[in-house]
Write a protein of this length. Structure first.
Ligand code: GLY
Ligand code: MN
Length: 350
């Protein structure tokens, strides 16, 4: 199987007898099984040169389906690691996910065998066609949710109610949310990661909505900022600047172009127009996780590769006034950028 082959190549390259895989997203990526509780340690994978083990417990026995490539050990994921499992499988050097394994889990291993830190996340960075299809579906669902939510914006509704309506819409369609929606009214929108609260909407306020749908486990992420009332000149100027910054950045997307250039283009434009530096990276990959590789920031070293998919989300945030962010999911296509989210990007007044 193509995905497991990538892991076998890592074993060879890193001189490992086996690799312990602990993160939910990587376990799902390799097994295609989405039923483990996210963030719980209900499963580990141990991939050796000759065998692929799925360590779990009996709660999952009936639900795993066809996992032909894996030998399933269901004596308890962590307990199996404590047994003579490594000896039996002649594992002397074990790689582990340095970004994921907990200190406690590492302490169970470190005195028993040689360990090596490995960063695995890049294996999911370039998407397969079937994955792109799921992300496209996730983006379409988010677009539909945005259309639905515009009709709910009215005087007196709270940030939390809008967030709930988004979640309800997505879940009613049989799917899930990528993260708790960020809904921010008025000056609250100057906080990029505002926690939706009880604030009720008043006339002439900014409404920033940042959310994502997950379709068959694959995430989308979109932000729109609309004006509740008649937009004044300040809102218009800031909106136009963010939209121009986003478009200039999107225009930089091309195979072999630098990821850092996307960030730089938007950042420099916003500064040139007299606004404060963007207080976050311009974007991030999406996939099984809502934030995954590639990083799209001033520090990105890589060049773009066909079928990477990431957000482009510049923003301007002004304390005590508010913020405007516009976020879309864009694919690095054969012939340049391909916008995957499709909601209206022009200024909306409600
Ligand atoms: N859309 C939320 C974030 O990317 O952090
Ligand atoms: Mn985002």
């Amino acid at each position: 199987m193509k995905r497991l082959k990538k892991i076998h190549e890592i074993l060879k390259k890193e001189g490992l007898d086996a690799l312990l895989i602990s993160s939910s997203a990587n376990i799902q990526y390799l097994t295609y099984f989405s039923g483990f509780f996210n963030g719980e340690r209900d499963a580990f994978l141990v991939i050796t040169k000759t065998k692929n083990y799925l360590l779990t417990d009996k709660r999952y026995s009936g639900s795993l389906g066809d996992l032909d490539e894996f030998e399933i050990l269901d004596e308890g994921a962590l307990r199996t690691l404590k047994s003579d499992f490594f000896k039996k499988n002649r594992i002397r050097t074990l790689g582990f996910e340095s970004k994921d394994l907990k200190v406690y889990e590492y302490s169970l291993l470190k005195n028993r065998l040689k360990t090596k830190e490995v960063d695995l996340d890049y294996v999911r960075e370039v998407k397969e066609d079937a994955e792109l299809q799921q992300i496209q579906n996730a983006c379409s669902l988010a677009d539909k949710a945005f259309g639905f939510i515009l009709k709910k914006i009215k005087t007196g509704i709270s940030e939390q109610e809008i967030a709930f309506e988004i979640e309800h819409y997505i879940k009613r369609s049989g799917q899930d949310i990528s993260f708790s929606p960020i809904v921010a009214f008025g000056p609250n929108s100057s906080v990029p990661h505002h926690k939706s609260g009880p604030k009720k909407l008043k006339k002439d306020e900014i409404v920033l909505i940042d959310f994502g749908a997950k379709f068959n486990s694959y995430c989308s992420d979109i932000t729109r900022t609309v004006f509740f009332g008649k937009a004044d000149n300040t809102f218009r100027k800031v909106y136009e600047t963010v939209l121009n910054a986003q478009q200039l950045a999107i225009d930089k997307i091309n195979i072999n172009a630098r990821l850092s250039d996307i960030d730089k283009t938007a950042r420099d434009y916003i500064k040139r127009e007299g606004f404060l530096n963007i207080p976050h990276a311009i974007g991030h990959g999406v996939g099984l996780e809502v934030h995954e590789l590639p990083h799209v920031s001033p520090y990105s070293k890589e060049k773009m590769v066909e079928n990477q998919i990431f957000t482009v989300e510049p923003g301007i945030y002004i304390e005590n006034w508010g913020g405007i962010r516009i976020e879309d999911v864009v694919l690095v296509g054969k012939n340049g950028p391909q916008l995957i989210t499709d909601s209206n990007r022009s200024l909306i007044e409600i």
